[in-house]
Design a protein around this ligand. Sequence first.
Ligand code: AHR
Length: 495
Amino acid sequence: MTNQIIINTDIEKSKISKHIYGHFAEHLGRGIYEGIWVGEDSTIPNTNGIRSDVLKALKNINVPVLRWPGGCFADEYHWKDGIGPRESRKKMVNTHWGGVVENNHFGTHEFMMLCELLGCEPYICGNVGSGTVQEMSEWVEYMTFDGESPMANLRKGNGREEPWKLKYFGVGNENWGCGGNMRPEYYADLYRRYQTYVRNYTDNRIYKIAGGANVDDYNWTEVLMKNAHWLMDGISLHYYTIPGDFWKGKGSSLNFTDNEWFITLKKALFMDELIRRHGTIMDKYDPEKRIGLIIDEWGTWFDPEPGTNPGFLYQQNTIRDALVAAIHFNIFHEHSDRVHMTNIAQTINVLQAMILTEGEKMILTPTYHVFEMFKVNQDASLLAVECNLENYQLEDDVLPKVSVSSSKDGEGKVYVNLANLDHTSPTELSIELRGISLEETTITGRILTANTTNAHNTFEQPNNVKPTVFASFTVANNQLSVKLPPMSVVVLSLE
Ligand code: AHR
């Protein structure tokens, strides 16, 4: 069977918000400390305490938005512990993540500085689980009030005269679990109350994000939407790709079978059903799609690497993770009318990370390379795609063999984003690009692939998996024929 794809290059659908390429960095393991923050006195080269190699790598993938400080950490975080002279900041126990000492050296000022250096939007998650309405309200006042007020004066006393711009604010995290073990009815009432005091000062306009569902808890979305939809701009959803069982063993990041490869990709594809079903509930209350579905935690979650602190959630990252990332982006693109932002968990040294560090050493993961290859889609328009694809079969189970999406940027360049899920055989595609004369078009391609399912980068061999030029395509009769190697991610650019 020939796999056929038709792309209608003049049917532009929704805009693929650049915020779909967002990140999440929590006070967890070596995510913030060592991964981002080393302090001004560190021997690791840094910019005002933030490691310079990481800054450079993150700038290269155009991080559009960064969520912080958690995660579960957010509902135990008291922001006033993280301001003022660093040496006198309170030390606390990070009870969720490894029981280690949190010295609060990375606080509001350091986070906002990081966002300024990256040129990205800050997305702050407030504390509903163990914090007060006053505490949340004062945090927003501290960051955004331009004038004479107790919190603005406190900020100025700490060296920041001008308020920061803050758009994205989350009212709690996982309030069905680590954020307070609440029922949706109870959280809906708390959301209504807490968000009242998240004020818009001067010309700062906050996009308020309600804490949403765990995976397929559709009742949570229903109750929240019914009781508070007019008070929110976004509602979150968390879903992790876990090949095994969350409690009994998630599976290894490096030592896995072909069957686990297949199950992992199948579970990644489940994101599509989740968005459709949560989206259907949202449509009932918000048919205009004003409210964004904010998938502010997604990615693979495997067992921690042997020999590491299990509370640090440190895992390796292979070509399998790259496929998971590409599948997710293609799904997010398709639903970009409703999905306004997503945040991969997590940026550095935690879960499906872009970057891994070991002391002063840093490597880029296969997932990083997908973010870099796919960044051309940021703020482009989604194009209409029709597919007739063969199946990828393992034993009695089937998946689509290829994941695909297409977009057109502001300059009229068209991108075709492809992933061959099959770990053993190549896939031949015939692509018709309606509205384009291929004879008059320059086509270039980049590919990320490997020879083994667990190919990954190490501190000794940092370039095992990295993008290269892709040229396995031909043009004839205005059709593009493409041959994708097994387990590959390809982006074609047409101009
Ligand atoms: O990303 C790790 C944790 O996963 C987050 O802290 C929490 O929100 C989720 O359960």
